[in-house]
Design a protein around this ligand. Structure first.
Ligand code: NAD
Length: 353
């Protein structure tokens, strides 16, 4: 297979972890006889510095034409002023909107050898294997009006939480299809006791569920879901939820795995292409030191092979290599070890079968 992959290293540790994932993809290409062509483009703070825009048109065009996109992270203290009119995160939001990726998939598995690295009690963590499906292009982050107004001698701010039936249906349907390949349970998270958008979410979800009689559906209020993620995370298989609830719950779920550096994500549009990135940010506190954990990005590359290129075996080979490296004691600093980003990457490549 030949595939055209756009790389968006971005800011902070982004370039370090993307370069690690590229090395793994190249090793997989060699072993399995595929050619991956990589082209690098600007996004985020570095794009603002060089072009004035967090998402230059050339970047979006290249991403639209690619088979898949692998992103590092954007942002950092240099561009952090919330009142600035151009900010790195706009690049990320524009990219998601521009590629139409409405579903963000974040698997969370707790590796037995890393249970000690998690702040939770070991008995709560054994066997945790869940995936959060977060709606990505609607809800509070995009709804209009979104504005600030001066009245009565003070500012008033408005954000809008809006969903239509088709937006809910396509993400919930995707969650049910995923559940069929797993333990056949969907937990739909909402706030239906307070929010009208959640009541519509629940109605549509019940309708979709009728098409999947073999999958068990439960509705969970977001506050209960937040609690259950730390008290009984094993009780979840597929969690599906709207944009902001998903944003918050996925970071909470990330704690289960012991480090932000471990977790991958995929953002899909239900057709071709796809955007793959680790769930962590640009980690400015460790950028440039060569100590970032590359596993989240390497596992994102595995998801890229699986979901955008249909290379299931190759994806599994990467996951097994990561599991073996960890089981045999390879650890970056965030996991309590001493390996550099490069040494950890090498440890994984050596274990590719
Ligand atoms: P962060 O995820 O960058 O870092 C949080 C903590 O986790 C830091 O202590 C960091 O050193 C550590 N960490 C993160 N990734 C790691 C890795 N791979 N290996 C080892 N340690 C790792 O979150 P933050 O500090 O809140 O944000 C920093 C910047 O990143 C901000 O500008 C923020 O806006 C941006 N950000 C970007 C994204 C994205 O690009 N998708 C996501 C979140 C935050």
């Amino acid at each position: 297979m030949r595939a055209n992959i756009v790389l968006l290293p971005g800011d902070g540790i982004g370039p370090e972890v993307v370069s690690a994932a590229v090395q793994v993809l190249e090793a997989v290409g060699q072993r399995f006889g595929h050619t991956f062509e990589f082209s690098e483009h600007l996004v985020g703070g570095c794009a603002i510095d060089q072009t004035g825009s967090p998402l230059p048109e050339t970047t979006l065009d290249a991403c639209r034409a690619a088979d898949a996109v692998l992103l590092g992270a954007v942002g950092g203290p240099k561009w952090d002023d919330p009142r600035a009119s151009v900010r790195p995160e706009q690049g990320l939001l524009g990219l998601r909107k521009g590629l139409g990726v409405f579903a963000n998939l974040r698997p969370v598995r707790v590796h037995p050898a890393l249970i000690e690295a998690s702040p939770l009690k070991p008995d709560r963590l054994e066997g945790v294997d869940l995936i959060v499906v977060r709606e990505l292009t609607g809800g509070l982050y995009f709804g209009q009006p979104k504005k600030r107004e001066w009245s009565d001698g003070q500012y008033h701010a408005v954000d809008t939480l809006e969903y239509c039936e088709s937006e809910i249906e396509r993400i919930v349907d995707l969650a049910f299809r995923l559940a069929r390949q797993r333990r056949k349970k969907v937990s739909s998270v909402d706030k239906a006791n307070v929010l009208e958008s959640s009541r519509l979410w629940r109605e549509v979800t019940n309708r979709v569920a009728q098409r999947y009689p073999d999958v068990t559906l439960e509705h969970v209020l977001v506050d209960t879901a937040a609690m259950r993620l730390v008290t009984s995370p094993r009780s979840f298989d597929v969690i599906v939820t709207e944009n902001m609830f998903g944003d918050i719950l996925t970071d909470e779920a990330a704690v289960l795995a012991g480090s932000m550096g471990m977790l991958p994500s995929a953002s899909l549009n239900g057709r071709e292409g796809g955007l793959y990135e680790p769930i962590h940010g640009s980690a400015p506190d460790i950028a440039g030191q060569g100590i970032a954990n590359p596993i989240g990005t390497i596992l994102s590359a595995a998801m890229l092979l699986q979901y955008s290129l249909g290379l299931e075996q190759e994806a599994k080979a990467i996951e097994r290599a990561v599991d073996r490296a960890i089981a045999e004691g390879a650890r970056t600093r965030d996991l309590g070890g001493y390996l550099s980003t490069t040494a950890m990457t090498q440890a994984i490549i050596e274990r590719l079968d």
